[in-house]
Design a protein around this ligand. Structure first.
Ligand code: HMG
Ligand code: MG
Length: 285
């Protein structure tokens, strides 16, 4: 069987959009459960402005209180050097910078243009290199932007190339709105693989339109072997109006296993985590 990695992003992408301020103990319990499922990487924190995303304001406490499992990389978002320093102080194993392929979403999510956002990442990359911290890159709005409409594949490839040149070890391609179709994902990937090989790309597909699995299937055909997902299908980005959660980890797992792929995950533990995540969403974990 061939391995496909599911990168669990529920504790960050999933929870960041929840309106109820979730107690730290619930977040820690979810991460601790996920740590026993067999994931290699779990995104657990986000060192962004607490005014922009209040739910993530306690990220340092979450990282301090989880029980770390050897072999699991605990990841955090860092939009600028301040976020990077906070992530390192909290002992994040890796960080992620996040850019957009469209100007409208870049303004809404980062309050600056694409070029300005890339300039802010420069010092993050330098500091990460000096500290030996791996940096992942995200590109949002790889097919559609909530503000600018359809996004050209070449625009995505352009930002991918910029993040590659800065030193991101892997780049995750975000269908932020969750409205992509397999043919448009394929068109986007045809342009992107000219800049970065498939083994350094990941698919990050929100499931608003219910076609995330088909988009994963199209991406597998291009050679992608890493997909981001959130237990319980939690979440979304507060700055992407109309978008819903990430594709659910348990759904991706079952779909992959049924097609002969190995995820290395314990299905019972994933199911427990999904139950916890759904209860957190309803407000009674
Ligand atoms: P800004 O207002 O332009 O920047 O925000 P600023 O430098 O003027 O800072 C504003 C305030 O934030 C200041 O505080 C700063 O000190 C503070 P004040 O002086 O007003 O009290 N600040 C910070 N605080 C904590 N940590 C920091 C930090 N930086 C500044 N790192 C900024 C610019 C980037 C900070 C803001 O736009 C921001 O935080 N944006 C993040 C939005 C976000 O987190 N979105 C969700 C994650 S992305 C996502 O979900 C997409 C993804 O899943 C992929 C996909 O689905 O496509 C990854
Ligand atoms: Mg996302």
């Amino acid at each position: 069987m061939t391995y496909v990695e599911i990168f669990e992003v529920g504790p960050r992408d999933g929870l960041q959009n929840e309106k109820r301020l979730i107690p730290i103990s619930e977040k820690v319990a979810l991460v601790d459960c996920l740590s026993g499922a067999g994931f290699r990487r779990i995104e657990v924190a986000s060192f962004v402005s607490p005014k922009w995303v209040p739910q993530m304001a306690d990220s340092a406490d979450v990282l301090a209180q989880i029980t770390r499992v050897q072999g699991v990389s605990y990841a955090a978002l860092a939009p600028n050097l301040r976020g990077f320093d906070a992530a390192v102080n909290a002992r994040a194993d890796e960080v992620a910078v996040f850019a957009s392929a469209s100007e409208g979403f870049s303004r809404a999510n980062l309050n600056c243009s694409i070029v300005e956002s890339l300039a802010r990442f420069g010092p993050v990359m330098d500091a990460a290199r000096a500290a030996g911290i791996p940096v992942r890159g995200y590109v949002s709005c790889v097919t559609d932007c909530p503000f600018d409409g359809p996004v050209a594949p070449g625009d995505v490839a352009h930002v991918v190339a910029a993040l590659r040149d800065m030193g991101c070890y892997e780049i995750s391609l975000g269908d932020t709105l969750g409205g992509a179709t397999p043919d448009r994902i394929a068109a986007m990937l045809r342009a992107v693989v000219q800049e970065l090989p498939a083994d350094r790309l990941a698919g990050h597909y929100h499931d608003t339109g219910g076609r995330a699995l088909e988009n994963i299937e199209a991406s597998l055909e291009f050679g992608l072997r890493v997909f981001d997902a959130a237990v319980g299908g939690l979440g979304g980005c507060p700055y992407a109006p109309g978008a819903s959660g990430n594709v659910a980890t348990e759904t991706v797992h079952d779909w992959l296993v049924a097609r002969g792929w190995d995820t290395g995950l314990d299905r019972d533990v994933v199911a427990n985590a999904a139950r916890m995540a759904r209860a957190m969403q309803k407000g009674h974990a």
